[in-house]
Design a protein around this ligand. Structure first.
Ligand SMILES: Cc1ncc(COP(=O)(O)O)c(C=O)c1O
Length: 406
């Protein structure tokens, strides 16, 4: 009789899947679950899941949707949503025609589709590091390699000089991908940096994938401009959008791709057709979100700025912590006075508590492609209200004191 276990053991997994890393944002979750099962309160600063209520217009629009059948939507996306996104961009004098926008399953699918359309297996994409860790997944699953442009905390994670970036370009380099404002850094690119990216792209014939899912969340009076405003590269720029963060609708899974390069859009449409469509009802809800006035985004931006202030001020008061003031999104990367941030996070979840409370952060190492850097860094997502953030930062301070006593 055959032994089922042995048969399973004979099966082989692809090299591609085995090389894929576990999400640094989620891999420590079992420790948090155990802490919670033991009655400990855990402040979750490890994941970019905002606590802000999704605007009620989302559910209202879905409830008002009048159809007896939930049909497939168009592969390109629901026309009402595309129109709403066109108008959203037009507020900043960025004009896309209807066929220059495609709706995707979140910004995630948008990055994957862009990668597939621009790269063959073995090709390379330049990405400033630390970067949104799932870029590894979106590119790795189609055998495309990320070539990191290393940026450092001491320089506020701004880009190195053009020459250093150009030195990384090979015949296999097809695109440059970045999020602006940045996850995990919270860095907002300056106009000069964006023009430098444009110059590099033109000189070396690269595509630009501008991930703007945090656009609008820029602080200290910074504008946080879209790559769509840089006309010299509009034919090689592809913008990634999403309702996840801007409208606190992560579970809706609605994102989009916008590009003036119609041929590129025609190619990506084939990928959209191959996965049929994006969920119909969520697109209806998302169309209502994109019609919210700018005051809505402004109020959310102000809330994140207040949280940023608390986090940054407290972090700066903790001896040995290094962090530059982030100017956008809702993250900060901080160097901690510990040898290994992941071990410290696990210790906080398993051994530490103050009044039966603790904090969970994400180890930043997994946000780098270069091995050996970021080991003493954490990413903090300020996704809780100001009172809770203040308490979470107090807990971090107490925990570091206790950890470094031993
Ligand atoms: C920079 C960046 N891009 C894309 C995404 C994916 O977002 P979505 O929920 O739209 O797939 C995220 C999510 O955290 C992100 O931080």
């Amino acid at each position: 009789m055959s032994d089922f276990k042995d048969e399973v053991m004979k099966m082989k997994f692809s090299t591609r899947i085995q090389q894929m890393q576990e999400s640094p944002v989620r891999k420590l979750v079992p420790y948090a679950q155990r802490a919670k099962a033991n009655g400990k309160h855990v402040y979750h600063l490890n994941i970019g899941q905002p606590d802000i209520e999704t605007p009620s217009v989302f559910m209202d629009a879905i409830n008002d949707y009048d159809s007896k059948i939930i049909k497939y939507s168009f592969s390109q996306g629901e026309p009402t949503l595309i129109t709403a996104i066109q108008k959203y961009f037009a507020r900043d004098d960025i004009f896309f025609e209807h066929d220059e926008i495609l709706i995707t399953n979140g910004g995630s699918e948008a990055v994957t589709f862009a990668t597939i359309a621009m790269c063959d297996p073995g090709d390379e994409i330049l990405v400033p590091e630390p970067f949104y860790t799932n870029y590894n997944g979106f590119t790795g699953e189609v055998n495309v390699n990320i070539k990191p442009i290393t940026t450092v905390a001491e320089e506020g994670f701004h880009l190195p000089p053009q020459k250093e970036i150009e030195a990384l370009i090979t015949p296999k380099t097809k695109a440059i991908l970045f999020s602006n404002p940045g996850n995990p850094t919270g860095t907002v690119l300056t106009k000069e940096e964006m023009l430098m990216i444009a110059d590099i792209a033109i000189k070396h014939d690269l595509f630009i994938i501008s991930d703007e899912v945090y656009r609008g969340f820029a602080f200290d009076g910074l504008e946080g401009i879209s790559m769509g405003t840089i006309k010299s590269v509009s034919d090689r720029t592809l913008i990634i959008e999403s309702v996840s963060k801007r409208y606190s609708a992560c579970g809706a899974r609605i994102g989009s791709i916008a590009s003036k390069n119609k041929e590129l859009m025609k190619q990506i449409l084939k990928l959209c057709q191959a996965r049929l469509c994006v969920a119909t009802l969520e697109q209806i809800g998302a169309a209502a979100l994109y019609q919210l006035p700018t005051e809505y985004t402004e109020s959310i931006r102000a809330e994140y700025e207040a949280r940023r202030d608390i986090v940054y001020e407290t972090l700066n008061q903790i001896p040995g912590v290094v962090c530059e003031k982030p100017t956008g999104a809702f993250y900060v990367v901080a160097k901690l006075p510990v040898a290994n941030a992941e071990e410290f996070i696990i210790w906080m979840l398993t051994e530490f508590s103050d009044h039966n409370e603790t904090v969970m952060m994400a180890p930043a190492e997994g946000f780098y492609a270069t091995k050996g850097i970021g080991i003493d860094e954490v990413r903090i997502a300020y996704v809780l209200n100001t009172k809770e953030m203040a308490r979470a930062m107090e807990l971090l301070k107490i925990a570091l004191e206790e950890y470094n006593k031993n």
